[in-house]
Design a protein. Structure first.
Lengths: 97, 893
């Protein structure tokens, strides 16, 4: 979901950029093993939520640039809606009476 | 749910797998490089930067594996790789593979073979139309004679045929033997004697021609015969025989039909002749005057077997009317039996009858054996796993997940199990011949015991189940390693839990073995007692053959009273020829050979001048004077028959000891007289002979009486000769004697008397033999299991034992240490096994003879028989281990 959110907001990015973006957004709270990004990307490729094209980086190196597909955006919306419902519910339960 | 696009993407991946893998690798490499660059830019030392980037990224091999797993087709590639790897490993360790394979093949082969018999007898539906609708009707009879006796209140097949609301059809059948005479070589054939409704009831009709018609089913109707496909092909070359006539035991029959291939019900019939309703004396004349018959029916489509049975029982109770209190008649007994077994019993269940228990017990024994075999293989895999911990640890470090390792180990055990199943399937047919003895005779030719697709599926299913069962536990145990620990310690540090599992397996194996051995012990003891009984005869060096005199052959067109004279003449020629032969010690003739099967004929006898005993029936036998010597039946008092004992002089008889003591208690029976039947002629007892086992070897002695051959010249006889010639020689003397007296006479059942006895105990012997064999195999397997565990454990504890020995423990101390541990395990296993066997042995009671299910001797002997080999299996590897010098052991670590 984090990956999709990043891609939905910022157009085309390659793996390293996605990792950086996530880290920035979460203000380094979410420290994940960076490599686990790739199995997740592969999964989303299969599902058709993201698509990737090979391009060149600023340093003129070959990299795969990912972008969210229409199906991916739809999936993200659904996930976000579900997440909001849950977090709202948790918020209500935890709010002092 | 997978969308279509997703499937397409997965397929594309599968096709260009290498490209996708390379791309992923490139992406990941770039990521690490970019991170390292970034770190360098912030001023970190380049080397440290590279290292930190890698650490942040994680294990690339592992991540690649996980990424590939995402594509989901990997299981296929993995399976192929696992299979290749498993086969390579098995081939590289022939010792391990061969022992595991042998054990698996034994277990699966035995189970498959026994399943084949159980399947044929009990599981596979009978090859008739809707066999579930077919029932046997208990005690329903076929009316005899033209008119029904007013006083007869039993239910007959004629009445059942008038109950269409309950039974759609009903039929009766019996099985006997006839001589097929006008063929090139006269031969004995199995005949089904069946009512005209027989084929319609079973729903199997002739392939050619027709079934019996109404006329042929009437008393004294036209004689018709239907041939089996096998007889038609072998005897008539498959020619057009419909309408032609054949001669069966002196009567001519018109061929009206040929049955489809494979139909031989009952008792592997070669042909079928009509059984009339009502039946006549003439029908059973070729069969010693009597054949047990059975009435079957097909329940009406909308009626359940249960409902039909209940309503038929109600008919019975109505038929016998109100009971007189305090008085029990035969009819009461009849109805009581019907209440006990049911008025209508499913045909298959009834036919399998008492064989069912024997087969099921054998199946149980095989399952025990299979469990023991599986435990053994599990044990082998465990010790193998322990020695592989280093390899497994290495693979986990290199990125293999635990599931992956388990799967790989499982593939190995499955390869073992399936190969074992294949070998087992090759071995199974060897056992099938033996197992045929356990099948009900009526199903001969109807439910053949052979390997087919069902059995194949069973064997493969069994292999999969056992492969997973005995592979899963060791696989989990092996994969649960701490890589750092294992690699550091050099593979010697097996965990304690593995030792636990193995001890449990061994104890379980020993417990199962005790159960099998107790079963085997009880069966063996009972069989030995059975055979050690006094059979009342000496069967060694005796050969016999049977024949039914074919009248037209030896005396064409002669009236019945002349026929008897002709038979008498022929029998004398046979006996004279045999006794003239110096190689023949003694020869005789009897009308019904002991233990040839069948209950024989019992006759109600009245002793003169004595109150009749409670059970006044005596077995009716006809013998020549030389018969007793030929069969080795001791003459206890008086004399045997002489040439004077014929149908002219005084009527004489010889009685068995049981008959003498029950009919003439406390007095000398010799010289006493008795009479029987409507005949008032008194018969004088001239001799007393030993009780001969005749119906079943497990039966108590019954009253038997012998009449002189010359007085009664029977049509069915057995010729018996004693001599020290080889059996085949003796048998050919017998055949020659018959041929000399009556050249075209068919003979059958030419065999030694030992074969006759062997045949009569075949089911018991087979059961005993197989269960004992399984017991011995179980003993061997569990001894091997103990040996393997102890060897493994002493090797594993080499260091510990070495230290102990260096610290001053003597060899005896060390052996005692190992032995004590094993003794606990063995003791627990044997104890549990004994308790279980004690609880379960009641199941085999019905198979036992003269031995109780809790036979103390067996229960005492079995633990000893098991513990001695177990002790040896413990001591041998332990002694070998302590012989090694401690310094050597310590240095090798």
């Amino acid at each position: 979901m984090l990956i999709l959110r990043t891609l939905a907001a910022g157009g085309e990015q390659h793996g390293f950029e996605i990792a950086e973006a996530i880290e920035r957004r979460s203000a380094s709270v979410l420290q994940i093993e960076e490599g686990s990004l790739y199995p997740a990307l592969q999964r989303m490729l299969i599902k058709g939520w993201v698509a990737g094209e090979w391009g060149r980086t600023a340093g003129n190196r070959r990299a795969r640039y990912y972008h969210a597909t229409a199906a991916g955006r739809k999936h993200l919306e659904r996930e976000l809606a579900a997440y909001e419902r849950v977090s709202l519910a948790i918020g209500r339960v935890l709010r002092p009476a | 749910m997978m969308t279509l696009g997703e499937v397409a993407r997965r397929l594309r991946y599968l096709l260009w797998r290498d490209r996708y893998t390379a791309e992923l690798e490139e992406e990941m490499r770039l990521h690490v490089e970019l991170r390292a660059e970034q770190l360098r830019d912030t001023g970190t030392n380049p080397e440290v930067a590279t290292y930190a980037a890698r650490r942040r990224f994680g294990n690339p091999a592992h991540l690649q594996e996980r990424s590939r797993d995402m594509w989901g087709m990997t299981w296929l590639e993995h399976a192929a790789a696992d299979l290749r790897f498993a086969i390579r490993r098995l081939v590289h360790r022939p010792g391990f593979s061969l022992s595991a394979l042998t054990v698996t093949a034994l277990g699966i082969g035995a189970t498959t073979a026994v399943f084949t018999a159980v399947d044929a007898a009990m599981l596979r539906p009978l090859p008739f139309l809707r066999p579930a609708e077919l029932v046997t009707l208990t005690n329903v009879n076929i009316p005899f004679g033209e008119e029904r006796d007013e006083s007869d209140r039993t239910v007959g097949i004629d009445q059942v045929l008038k109950m269409p609301e309950l039974f759609a059809n009903a039929a009766a059948f019996a099985a006997g033997g006839l001589n097929l005479e006008d063929a090139e070589h006269p031969r004995r054939v199995n005949a089904g004697i069946v009512t005209a409704t027989f084929f319609p009831t079973l729903g199997v009709m002739p392939e050619r021609g027709r079934a019996f018609d109404v006329e042929e089913g009437r008393p004294n109707g036209p004689r018709a015969v239907i041939l089996s496909d096998a007889l038609w092909r072998s005897q008539f070359g498959g020619a057009d025989v419909l309408g032609s006539t054949i001669t069966l035991s002196g009567n001519r029959y018109r061929v009206v039909g040929v049955m489809p291939r494979g139909f031989g019900f009952p008792n592997g019939s070669d042909l079928w002749i009509p059984l009339s309703v009502p039946t006549t004396r003439e029908t059973f004349r070729p069969f010693r005057g009597y054949l047990p018959s059975r009435v079957i029916a097909r329940v009406a489509p909308s009626v359940s077997v249960d409902a039909a049975s209940k309503r038929l029982l109600a008919t019975w109770e109505l038929a016998i009317g109100p009971r007189e209190p305090g008085r029990r008649t035969n009819l009461d007994e009849t109805v009581d039996e019907i209440r006990r077994v049911g008025a209508a019993v499913p045909l298959q269940q009834e036919i399998v009858g008492e064989r069912r228990r024997g087969l099921l017990i054998l199946m149980g024994a095989t399952v025990l054996l299979l469990l023991i075999a599986s435990a053994n293989v599990a044990n082998l895999l465990l010790s193998d796993g322990a020695s592989r911990q280093r390899e497994v640890a290495l693979r986990e470090v290199l990125g293999a997940t635990r599931g992956r390792v388990v799967r790989q180990l499982l593939v190995e055990s499955l390869v073992l199990a399936l190969t074992g199943a294949v070998v087992g399937l090759v071995l199974a047919p060897a056992m099938l011949g033996t197992l045929r003895a356990l099948m009900p005779g009526e199903l001969a030719g109807t439910a053949p015991v052979h390997l087919d697709l069902r059995v194949l599926a069973f064997a493969i299913g069994l292999a999969l189940v056992t492969g997973i069962a005995f592979g899963l536990w060791p696989a989990f145990g092996t994969s649960r390693v701490d890589p750092a620990q294992t690699i550091k310690s050099g593979g010697g540090g097996a965990t304690a839990s593995l030792g636990h599992a193995r001890r449990l397996l061994i104890a379980g194996e020993l417990a199962l073995t005790v159960m099998l051995l107790v079963g085997a012990g009880l069966m063996l003891k009972s069989f030995r007692r059975l055979m050690a009984q006094d059979f009342g005869m000496n069967t060694a060096q005796v050969a016999t053959l049977e024949l039914t005199f074919a009248n037209p052959v030896i005396a064409p067109a002669s009236p019945p009273e002349n026929r008897a004279a002709v038979r008498k003449q022929a029998m004398h020629v046979m006996l004279d020829r045999l006794t003239a032969d110096p190689a023949v010690e003694a020869a005789g003739i009897v009308n019904d050979l002991p233990l040839r099967g069948g209950a024989g004929l019992g006759i109600f006898v009245t002793p003169d001048g004595m109150p009749p005993p409670k059970d006044a029936f005596a077995r009716y036998l006809i013998a020549s004077g030389g018969y007793f010597k030929a069969l080795g039946i001791p003459i206890l008092r008086g004399r045997t028959f002489t040439a004077d004992d014929d149908d002219v002089g005084e009527r004489v008889a010889i009685v068995s000891r049981t008959m003498a003591t029950t009919f003439w208690p406390n007095v000398d029976a010799v010289g006493r007289t008795f009479h029987f039947g409507k005949d008032s002629t008194p018969y004088t007892v001239v001799g007393i002979v030993a009780d001969v086992k005749d119906g079943d070897v497990a039966e108590e002695g019954r009253a038997q009486m012998y009449f002189a051959l010359d007085e009664r010249s029977p049509a069915n006889i057995a010729l018996v000769a004693r001599g020290s010639l080889p059996p085949s020689e003796l048998l050919s003397r017998l055949t020659n004697a018959v041929r000399f007296a009556a050249p075209r006479q068919a003979v059958f059942n030419a065999r030694t008397m030992d074969d006759v006895v062997g045949n009569s105990v075949a089911p018991r012997r087979t059961n005993t033999l197989l269960i004992s064999l399984f017991g011995v195999l179980a003993l061997a397997l569990s001894t091997f299991g103990v040996y393997a565990v102890v060897s493994y454990s002493v090797v594993r504890r080499r260091r510990e034992l070495g230290i102990r020995s260096a610290l001053g423990a003597s060899r005896v101390d060390i052996v005692a240490l190992v032995a004590r541990e094993m003794a606990w395990v063995a003791g627990a296993g044997v104890g549990v096994g004994l308790v279980a066997a004690w609880a379960l042995s009641r199941v085999v009671t019905s198979l036992l003879f003269d031995v109780t299910a809790h036979d103390a001797g067996t229960f005492a002997l079995v633990p000893a028989a098991l513990l001695v080999p177990a002790l040896l299996a413990t001591l041998v590897p332990t002694l070998r281990a302590v012989r090694a010098s401690p310094t050597e052991v310590m240095r090798s670590e």
